[in-house]
Every structure is written in C-alpha cells, then in structure tokens.
Write a protein that binds this ligand. Structure first.
Ligand SMILES: [Zn+2]
Length: 86
C-alpha cells in the first residue's frame, strides 16, 4: 500500500475499516467493516474497486428486498434498515 495523505486535512492515513451507509428509497443499507483508509481526524476513503463492489451489492440487496416485500406486505410504514457485516 503506497503512502497516502488525507485530501481533506493532509494527515497520513492508515488502513482500517469503516461503515458505508446507502439510502435507497425508504431503505437504509449499511455495510459494516468495509476496508478503507482512515486519517487521524476520522476521514475515511474507500478504494474505487471496493466502492464499485459495494454499490453493486447494495443494488442487489435492495432489488431482492423489493421483490420479497411485494410478497410480504409490511404492517407499518417505518423505514427499513439493513445491516450487512462483511
Ligand atoms: Zn483527514
């Protein structure tokens, strides 16, 4: 891994894990423990390859959930929350 400085604050970043939250219609999808580069101020950056795969996963999950929800109507209109731990 090449040395990299935070574009936000200029501090060196270290390898770590972060959570990514996506909002799709009334559903919040949170990906937990996504590999990321994180600086001492807590700014986190996800690799383009990782972000691309995360987007694809979220699309799939929301699509599957939507077809599932059609067969199984919800009793309330509370927004859905999905947590995916990687
Ligand atoms: Zn920073």
């Amino acid at each position: 891994m090449k040395h990299f400085k935070c574009p936000e604050c200029g501090l060196p970043v270290a390898e770590g894990f972060t959570d990514l939250a996506y909002e799709v219609s009334d559903t919040t999808v949170t990906l937990r423990n996504v590999p990321a580069m994180i600086c001492a101020n807590g700014h986190s950056y996800v690799d383009g390859y990782v972000a691309e795969n995360a987007n694809r996963l979220v699309d799939r999950v929301v699509e599957d959930l939507t077809s599932f929800a059609k067969k199984m109507p919800r009793s309330s209109s509370t927004p859905r929350q999905i947590m995916i731990a990687t």
